[in-house]
Design a protein around this ligand. Structure first.
Ligand code: AKG
Length: 270
């Protein structure tokens, strides 16, 4: 039986004290907060239209699937991060966004310089039944600045409506609280140590071709911390804030559409 995943969105008002409490509690406990429609759908749609217009320069067209570079089906490596499109993402990570997020999470929080576009083209002969949680490319984006004084979060904006198996990010909720992650150390060392502590994680990171793998929604308990494997599914304009230490991985796209998402870093000094 497929385990239920818990990705309850939160309809919120940036100014409400209740919202602040809820989001801060989510970030502390689970390492992520799901802010439903925190960015206008039209803003997200305009940004994605601009991305597609930009791609015409390299002969990739939104309505001509034959022009799309196809991905690779697998439980293994996949990646497509575009780092030189920062200007085009500025309507998302505006001053208002920065103010709203700071109000919610921490008054000192600021949007960092690096902004990344993720574009996941479908695999050849897509088949959603073939989609698997990948064993590869698990990592965290921020494991401290050496001083222990900087906190980092990741702000993800969905730029299209995405269903399961559509090339979304997967993450391990609450993993930011694990001693192995707090350490800080390389992701491969983290995975090795955690695989010894949980059969679910051992299965998740088993890279053998015939391995059973793990599925979205599965839970496990490591040193008293309840972890859950989740997929970042939602609608265009939805925002996910992730703790910078949370373990996550890119996935392949077994849907017929291109998945688009944008990420900014959010920092504050304690
Ligand atoms: O969302 C994705 O496709 C990958 C994101 C990722 O791996 C990252 O943010 O470091």
């Amino acid at each position: 039986m497929k385990p239920e995943s818990e990705l309850a969105p939160f309809d919120f008002d940036f100014e409400s004290g209740h919202a602040r409490e809820h989001v801060r509690d989510q970030l502390k406990t689970n390492g992520f907060a799901y802010l439903k429609q925190a960015i206008h759908r039209e803003t997200a749609e305009n940004v994605s239209t601009d991305v597609w217009n930009y791609l015409e320069l390299v002969d990739v067209y939104r309505n001509r699937t034959a022009s799309w570079p196809v991905g690779r089906p697998q439980r293994g490596p996949v990646f497509r991060a575009i780092r030189d499109y920062e200007e085009g993402l500025s309507p998302l990570f505006s001053e208002k966004f920065e103010r709203d997020i700071a109000t919610l999470i921490n008054p000192k929080l600021r949007v960092g310089q690096e902004k990344i576009l993720y574009m996941t083209f479908p695999n050849a002969n897509q088949d959603v039944n073939r989609w698997r949680v990948p064993w590869a490319m698990w990592h965290n984006d921020f494991s401290g600045d050496g001083t222990g004084k900087t906190r980092a979060y990741l702000g993800f904006v969905l730029l299209n409506d995405v269903q399961a198996g559509g090339g979304n990010l997967v993450f391990l909720s609450a993993s930011h609280r694990l001693d192995e992650v707090v350490a800080p150390q390389h992701a491969s060392a983290i995975m090795k140590q955690l695989s010894r502590k949980s059969t679910v994680l051992e299965r998740l990171w088993d890279r053998r071709e015939e391995a059973q793998g793990a599925v979205v929604g599965e839970r496990c308990n490591v040193d008293g911390i309840e972890l859950q494997l989740l997929e970042m599914i939602g609608s265009k304009g939805d925002v996910f804030i992730l703790d910078g230490s949370l373990l996550h991985a890119p996935t392949s796209n077994e849907r017929s559409y291109v998945r688009l998402a944008a990420k900014c870093f959010l920092y504050f000094k304690k």
